[in-house]
Design a protein around this ligand. Structure first.
Ligand code: SF4
Length: 290
């Protein structure tokens, strides 16, 4: 099996439990969602593409010869649009497990996951949606002879994909890697319908898998989002899931994000949720490879 992915890069984890941890990010291709609504007015009419993506396609950007990291950044809808729309498939890499391992190791400071000083580099598998059919690829990657010192893997998932039984058993049977499911369910501002985005039975399977950890992470911009976080957390709780809840301000653009931070932090304190910054936006702005 080959892995189709848009980019891999070395950065610091910008969000959630491991904020600040040096990590290699692997961004898989494909997503079951489109999340066209971020940054747009509620109730806008969904079409095939988010308006900004439609504009790029109309200008034939998807047919251009630029490198993936030179593709334009957009400010509404899914910010990793090139990793989800099939029109941008030509910008993807399609690599064997050996090739992926070489690529990932080449990004680490010492060509390995556990450094000579004992500190370990995390692997963050993001997307797109990394728990689509790629679940069949992951055990092969983690069991590769050159990955034997990998200790920490986070899946950044939209929390809608059933964990395959064979992958669940793999996680539980190995004793080396601490897995974390960073679950980022999409609220209605994303334009994805509630019932397809908030699926407690799916998250429950991640939650009950041994040798793994889980937290919920929500992007919030206004009071409607905050109420929805409360409702979603309640639905997960009714399914037996009690885990840390992180909220983070909306805003790919640092100016927009800056306006939102203090308010979201205050709301988090009121509700007992945890505030997470978007450290990578603070450090590097909104760019590919961060
Ligand atoms: S779930 Fe994530 S990757 Fe998929 S469309 Fe939404 S924001 Fe993009």
């Amino acid at each position: 099996m080959k892995l189709r992915y848009s980019e891999a890069f070395y950065s610091v984890q910008g969000e959630g439990k491991f904020v600040g941890v040096p990590s290699v990010f692997l961004r898989t291709f494909g997503c079951n969602f489109r999340c066209q609504g971020f940054g747009l007015d509620r109730g806008f009419e969904r079409t095939k593409y988010n308006p900004e993506v439609a504009e790029l396609i109309a200008k034939d950007v998807h047919k251009s010869d630029v490198a993936f990291e030179e593709l334009p950044i957009i400010h509404t809808g899914c910010d990793t649009y090139a990793s989800i729309y099939p029109e941008f498939k030509k910008f993807m890499m399609d690599k064997t497990v050996d090739e992926v391992v070489e690529h990932l190791l080449s990004l680490t400071p010492e060509g390995k996951w556990t450094m000579d000083n004992g500190q370990d580099v995390h692997l963050v598998i993001t997307g797109g949606e990394p728990l689509l059919g790629w679940q069949r690829f992951w055990p092969e990657l983690f069991e590769h002879p050159k990955m034997g010192d990998l200790k920490n893997v986070t899946f950044e998932t939209n929390a809608t994909q059933e964990l395959r039984e064979d992958f669940r058993q793999y996680i539980e049977s190995q004793g080396r890697i601490q897995f974390t499911f960073s679950c980022s369910p999409k609220l209605t501002i994303s334009s994805e319908p509630w019932d397809t985005a908030i699926i407690p039975s799916v998250v429950s399977r991640y939650y009950t898998t041994a040798i793994s950890d889980l937290y919920l992470k929500f992007v919030v911009a206004d009071d409607v989002d905050v109420d929805e976080v409360g409702r979603a957390v309640e639905e997960y709780k009714e399914a037996g899931i009690q885990c840390p809840v992180y909220v983070m301000p909306l805003g790919g653009r640092s100016e927009e994000y800056g306006l939102n931070t203090r308010r979201v932090a205050t709301l988090a304190m009121e509700r007992g949720w945890r505030y997470t910054p978007r450290l990578h936006v603070d450090l590097f702005g909104n760019a590919w490879g961060t």
